[in-house]
Ligand binder design. Structure first.
Ligand code: SF4
Length: 692
């Protein structure tokens, strides 16, 4: 069966098949354009994660198994009651990039069009919200202009804030293969840490955390100095160049901590190379100035016209399998479906009319961090969490866990009852898992692929779209949620995108709105837009953008230090991130012995000089303390981190900090534009674990 990997945003095609012993195996689909037959360690271990250990197989209310009818009636009634008593903004959905696009569409339609609130946000807020904000500010739309083949066609690939080798491994394999085949392809990596990715680079810039804006402002000033600006492109297609350049000249790159020689080498290479792709990810996005970092990168590509052409462009790679699909259907609290704007009255009216909805949210809802603050202070009376584990993965996770525990009514839909969030639910709803559900996902290069079921439904588990639609019907919206298949939902969503296209938006797949069920079943990977006039390709090479005047906008930017900086009490900077073989809070990857063998426990990377000064050796335990919490981690002494900086992975869960719940230590400080938390620069103290 052809399907799509449920882990990262590369979105690899998978062929699931039984081996001679009857076990399910996953092989790379040679015909899928994302991976051309490749898989990484996580994708190739998918067959080991399909067992029923830990599965939630029946609805539960207050810990007791019950039938669907009583569980659904209770959920619909409690949401209806909360809305009647306290208004539509007293309820919220917190959803996930694990949802399929059809699931996401129904959740968004229910909340924004029928409940009448925009209080639906997604864990993608923690992953790429700053890229969305940066795209919208520069392009007028959340459009990813590039393709994966651009990395192979470029002469210079800059990887900034991206451990591609571990977080998007197949894309990294493609880049490494291209570099091996074409030694002229240069790779520059920008990351405070040395990682498996930086080993591929010709130049590694270990910049100070948070100084990316200064680095790219310096690049913009240099490009102007050496005459590398594309004045024709800027003159015809870009606004704001002079102000952006002026701001860049007044923001010297000295704060990056990089040597003049390294800066000069990077700037000269960028200036003289026409085909440049800049790939960026969480190291850019997860910052209190994440949106500005994104726009600093976009400024350089716009100033040189290096965008939307083969081998050229900025490229945000998304973390989750369907982060992009969630963006398309309005899974973020500040967007409507199909890249329409919640603050635009014409857009709102178009969506409301299309849905024949009784109402439509008129203002952005609560973004993730604010949503859980509203849960904590009692403004949210009923909360539905779907396929995500905020009690572990949100910043200030202990406070989030307490907030969920104190909420009047909490529903959790998931495949397991054994995660920290599910344990706090009043109602647990068993959802279908990968291999059991049908729908579509969109990867980082805008390619829509089918996820297909190849396993029977397990226990009483149901697809998320079906659970959400049933709640919609039980809340009184019978006709609007009368779906029987995901194909029906996809056709409706594709038809809505045609209206968005007529309103001048980038996202339009209206040519797919009349797919038959059989055509939907057989749908091959296809990159949007998909209209009568055009399928796929790049955006912006023609100089047309989605702003009111059609011109891209360069922004004047000034670098800002992270919101919290080290002091005498917390002298180190804590950077958090992923490891190669685990995914999020390990609900699925921990089921694979092979994946669990890579790194068995959480750890703390510590520079040798710091380790010496602290009296710590590798394998000893250290206590890490921030202003928000404490964790105990096993020390890994390594010069992969800079002196004064430490790194810890974010996957491990547990009841107490001593299990390494690292997000309990991360302050919930966000970018003011995107609402994305600063997960990579928390001041912390390190000490040997006192012997009891
Ligand atoms: Fe899955 Fe990402 Fe690995 Fe591809 S690179 S197999 S999508 S985890």
């Amino acid at each position: 069966m052809r399907t799509t990997c449920p882990y990262c945003g590369v979105g690899c095609g998978v062929i699931a098949a039984r081996d001679d012993a009857g076990r399910w195996t996953a092989k790379g689909d040679p015909d899928h354009p994302a991976n051309l037959g490749r898989l990484c360690s996580k994708g190739s271990a998918l067959g080991e994660t399909l067992g029923l250990d830990d599965r939630l197989l029946a609805p539960r209310v207050n810990g007791q198994e019950t039938g669907w009818d009583s569980a659904l009636s209770l959920v619909a009634q409690r949401f209806t009651d909360a809305i009647a008593a306290h208004g539509p903004d007293s309820v919220a959905f917190y959803v996930s990039g694990q949802l399929l696009t059809e699931d996401y569409y129904v959740a968004n339609k229910l909340m924004k069009g029928f409940i009448g609130s925009a209080n639906i946000d997604t864990n993608s807020r923690l992953c790429m919200a700053s890229s969305v904000a940066g795209h919208k500010r520069a392009f007028g739309s959340d459009t990813v202009p590039g393709l994966y083949t651009d990395l192979e066609e470029a002469d210079l690939v800059v990887l900034t804030g991206s451990n591609l080798a571990w977080c998007h491994p197949v894309l990294f394999q493609r880049l490494a293969a291209a570099k091996a085949a074409r030694p002229g392809l240069r790779v520059v990596t920008i990351d405070p840490r040395r990682t498996a990715t930086t080993e591929l680079g010709d130049l590694h810039l270990a910049l100070k955390p948070g100084s990316d804006v200064a680095l790219f402002n310096g690049l913009l000033a240099h490009l102007h100095e050496v005459g590398a600006i594309d004045a024709g492109f800027v003159g015809a297609h870009v606004s704001g160049f002079d102000a952006a350049l002026d701001a860049a000249r007044n923001d010297p790159p000295a704060t990056t901590g990089l040597s003049e020689a390294d800066l000069a080498a990077f700037y000269a290479l960028w200036a003289r190379t026409e085909k440049v792709v800049t790939v960026y990810s969480q190291g850019v996005n997860q910052s209190s100035s994440g949106s500005d970092k994104v726009n600093a990168i976009l400024n350089c590509h716009l100033a040189t016209g290096r965008i939307g052409k083969p081998g050229m462009g900025p490229f945000s790679v998304t973390g989750q399998p369907n982060a992009m699909g969630g963006r398309e259907v309005g899974g973020l609290a500040n967007m409507l479906a199909c890249h329409l704007d919640i603050e635009n009255a014409e857009h709102r009216a178009a969506v409301r009319d299309f849905w024949d909805a009784p109402t439509i949210a008129t203002q952005p809802g609560l973004k993730a961090v604010d949503m859980f603050r509203a849960v904590a202070d009692g403004r949210i009376k009923a909360l539905w969490i779907i396929h995500t584990n905020p009690a572990v993965s949100m910043p200030e996770a202990d406070a989030v866990r307490d907030a969920i525990a104190g909420c009047d009514f909490v529903v959790v839909s998931d495949i397991t009852a054994r995660n920290d969030t599910a344990r706090l639910a009043d109602v647990l709803l068993p959802a279908s898992a990968w291999g059991e559900k049908d729908g579509t996902v969109t990867n980082s290069e805008r390619c829509i692929s089918r996820q297909r079921a190849f396993l029977p439904a397990r226990g009483q588990a149901r697809p998320d779209w079906a659970i959400l639609a049933e709640i919609g019907r039980r809340m009184g919206f019978v006709r609007a949620f009368d779906y029987e298949t995901p194909a029906e939902i996809f056709r409706e969503y594709a038809a809505l995108s045609g209206i968005a296209g007529k309103l001048g938006r980038d996202f339009d797949i209206s040519a797919l709105s009349d797919l038959s069920d059989a055509e939907y079943e057989a749908l091959s990977p296809v990159r949007w837009p998909v209209t009568a006039a055009r399928t796929g390709g790049r955006f912006f090479g023609d100089g047309r953008f989605f702003t009111p005047d059609g011109r891209a906008r360069m922004l004047p930017l000034r670098s800002r230090a992270p919101a919290q900086v080290p002091d005498a009490e917390h002298p180190f900077v804590l950077n958090t991130g992923r490891v190669r073989d685990h995914w999020h809070t390990m609900t699925r990857t921990a089921l694979s012995p092979r994946l669990s063998a890579h790194l068995a426990e959480p750890f703390l990377e510590l520079h040798p000089e710091d380790a010496l000064a602290l009296g710590l050796k590798s394998a000893e335990l250290a206590e890490v303390t921030t202003t928000r919490g404490r964790a105990v981690l096993r020390v890994m002494v390594t010069d992969r981190v800079r002196k004064g900086e430490v790194f810890a992975p974010m996957h491990w869960t547990g009841e107490t900090a001593s299990h390494g719940r690292i997000d309990a230590l991360v302050p919930a400080i966000t970018d003011p534009v995107s609402g994305q938390p600063e997960s990579k620069a928390a001041p912390c103290a390190i000490a040997p674990l006192p012997v009891a």
